[in-house]
Design a protein around this ligand. Sequence first.
Ligand SMILES: [Zn+2]
Length: 139
Amino acid sequence: MAKRKRHDAIQSGRAIVASASDVDIDSFTVMPDGRKMQRTVFGLTEEQVGRIRAGYTCVKCLEDHAAPYPDACSVCKFPMRPQQAEEFAKDFRGNIRYGSEMSDEDELAAAEEQIQRDAYDKATALGLIIPKPSIIVPR
Ligand SMILES: [Zn+2]
């Protein structure tokens, strides 16, 4: 029996855009030549994750398709039908809170303070006596 030819994947024209992305610190992809590639974690809404789970959205490049589980993604050619579910299970990290409730300014100040504190602790540990730095600058 001849293998039934499936339709090519049809893009819905609505590639989803991740609201956040970050480098995955838990895993990496090992290339055939042995290089290790960083992987990306996308921050997605529940609805977006639902569409990936249902096979509409490519788990690799986030291209959205009109029908679920095409043979291959129309954009990156990832074999969605045979591999999407497995890949999703492997990559899904559950609900991770992205970002910070601190403003960038506060975060910068906190980082700056940490650096000063570390430097002070190091100097103290080495027996150098330096005055405790004052880094809070009133505006
Ligand atoms: Zn894709």
